[in-house]
Ligand binder design. Structure first.
Ligand SMILES: NC(=O)c1ccc[n+]([C@@H]2O[C@H](COP(=O)([O-])OP(=O)(O)OC[C@H]3O[C@@H](n4cnc5c(N)ncnc54)[C@H](OP(=O)(O)O)[C@@H]3O)[C@@H](O)[C@H]2O)c1
Length: 283
């Protein structure tokens, strides 16, 4: 069989898409820097900020153009909204008159359903909702991504590509966003709480605070890397540290006596319920 030689396609490269970050605070800046490190040109990025000094800071630091929200709505193909949830209504009022319905709107705001955006923007605007977490600031985020009613698989991929610049991503149906918020959105706080408590234990056992802190933080990092990289079930990893009649099992018995497992299950259920309440506007 003869191989057919296709004629070289006579196409020009698609124009790079312009992405705007609106409300460029901590999370917005982490995403901006992730996109630049991922190869996006600052010329294809826009930012908005409420305070002129913040806009100047972003211009100097990243070489990006700072514009008004209305200007970003007119010029950007993709808009990433990273204002606080309580500022979102006002931001959407500013955007709605200028935003064509074919632009992708990605919300990074905790707890606001896609319907909130769809009700306030032109009919059929594609909206993607993302719940990330603070480790985005060190490129170790978990970002949980859901499509609104007009968002396609291609829109989800675009959001994934942006959030992959600051960590891992996972797609879930929007109905599971409250559960994801309880696990990964609030998740880092549970680990900080455990480190704080275990550092206190170290002090009780006679260690200086900074040493106790370093020992526990390194144990946490070591355990996290083992969990991520070994592919082993956590029970297996724990059993490897739990020798018969040893020290670890004595501690585990205390944890079970105090209902720590049940407390964690209830705690995450409470976080899920609170997320649901906030999302339904009963804040
Ligand atoms: N940090 C977290 O733990 C975390 C985790 C997951 C998700 N999130 C979500 O990420 C979003 C951002 O959180 P963040 O911690 O990055 O907050 P942040 O640092 O306060 O950033 C929000 C930024 O938006 C600016 N802003 C507010 N209204 C504006 C408007 N109309 N136009 C332009 N800029 C405006 C604020 O300006 P000012 O500086 O003047 O206030 C601020 O710089 C929130 O919706 C939050 O739910 C946060």
């Amino acid at each position: 069989m003869t191989e057919q030689t296709a004629a070289a396609p006579h196409t020009t490269a698609p124009a790079p898409k312009t992405v705007a970050v609106l409300g460029t605070g901590k999370i917005g800046e982490a995403l901006l820097s992730g996109m630049i490190r991922g190869g996006r040109r600052p010329a294809d990025l826009l930012v908005t900020a409420r305070r002129p000094e913040r806009a100047e800071e972003l211009r100097t630091r990243y070489g990006v153009e700072s514009v008004t929200n209305a200007e970003a709505a007119k010029r950007a193909d993709t808009l990433i909204l990273t204002v606080k949830p309580q500022d979102m209504g006002k931001l959407l009022e500013e955007l709605a008159p200028h935003l064509p319905a074919d632009r992708l709107v990605i919300s990074g705001a905790a707890g606001i359903p896609t319907s909130f955006f769809e009700e306030r923007l032109a009919a059929s605007t594609p909206v993607v909702r993302v719940m990330t977490n603070t480790p985005a600031l060190v490129d170790e985020a978990m970002s949980v991504i859901s499509a609104g009613s007009h968002a396609t698989a291609a829109h989800l991929s675009q959001a994934e590509e942006i959030f992959a610049g600051v960590g891992k991503t996972l797609r879930v149906p929007e109905s599971q966003q409250d559960a994801a918020t309880a696990l990964s959105g609030s998740g880092p706080a549970y680990f900080y709480f455990l480190v704080e408590a275990m550092t206190d234990a170290g002090i009780l056992l006679g260690l200086p605070r900074n040493q106790a802190h370093d020992l526990i933080v390194q144990a946490a990092i070591g355990a996290a890397v083992m969990l991520r990289d070994s592919g082993e079930h956590p029970v297996k990893l724990r059993e490897a540290v739990t020798s018969p009649a040893g020290t670890t099992i004595s501690a585990i018995r205390e944890l079970e006596n105090h209902g720590v497992r049940a407390a964690l299950i209830s705690a995450l259920e409470a976080a899920r319920n609170r997320s649901r309440e906030l999302a339904s506007g009963n804040g």
